[in-house]
Design a protein around this ligand. Structure first.
Ligand SMILES: [Zn+2]
Length: 235
């Protein structure tokens, strides 16, 4: 094999039919044996307009030189199928996980844990935490319910201390936490001597708008129905 590479100009001339008959054999032979020149030949074969004998613009030439330096011409043939396969994989993954994503966005409900009275083990730590904001609860109408609320924005915990919860024969005091979709989740308050303590551990405080109390039929309700007793907002 002729060790000397075919010059790029020669390849272009060859493709344009401008090379001497005697040269053609040497060029063909070299191209058939030299991968580098073959790729250059194949590139120009693709890039040159057929039947047009003008030399390509300097811009195109620079691009080709850069591609040669990076080994782009050699890789180009291999990368194409890989890129297509990778693209198809991504499409497949998106299609397969789409029902999951949709279902999640529809059914994901805010989650929390709730503890009352003696279930609350660490209220002192919570109350004395400097990160915690203390608020007074806002009673509604002539209600005797009063109390305090501690909100820890960092841990998404809320501690409530309520007083003046009168003993009721026909009703239960129920506590509701309401999220930004106006979904209320209720908990019957375990009242002891007119007081109760409730600790919420929320997944994310920012999902919620407010807490409120209401009077519900004995055993509680799924949604707030009775007269409201107090309000706590944490927005
Ligand atoms: Zn060569």
């Amino acid at each position: 094999m002729n060790k000397k590479h075919v010059r790029e100009e020669e390849i272009i001339d060859f493709l344009n039919g401008d090379t001497e008959e005697s040269e053609n054999f040497k060029i063909e032979e070299h191209i058939s044996e030299c991968e580098q020149c073959k790729q250059l030949y194949l590139f120009w074969q693709e890039a040159l307009p057929t039947g047009n004998e003008t030399i390509p613009s300097p811009f195109l030439k620079i691009r080709v030189d850069k591609r040669l330096k990076r080994g782009w011409l050699q890789k180009r043939q291999i990368q194409k199928p890989f890129a297509v396969a990778a693209g198809m994989m991504i499409i497949m993954i998106v299609c397969l996980s789409l029902p999951d994503l949709l279902r999640q966005s529809v059914t994901t409900e805010p989650k929390y844990e709730i503890f009352q009275n003696s279930e609350i083990k660490d209220q002192e730590i919570f109350v004395s935490n400097p990160q915690v904001e203390k608020q007074e609860i806002v009673p509604i109408a002539n209600n005797e319910v009063n109390g305090e609320v501690w909100v820890n924005n960092e841990t998404s915990e809320i501690l409530l201390e309520l007083y003046g919860l009168s003993g009721l024969d026909q009703n239960d005091h129920q506590l509701w936490i309401v999220d930004h979709q106006n979904r209320a989740k209720g908990e019957i308050l375990m009242v002891e001597n007119g007081t109760t303590r409730v600790l919420y551990r929320l997944d994310d405080l920012s999902h919620y708008k407010f807490l409120k109390g209401s009077l519900e039929p004995l055993g509680g309700s799924h949604q707030p129905t009775g007269p409201e007793t107090f309000f706590v907002t944490f927005e």
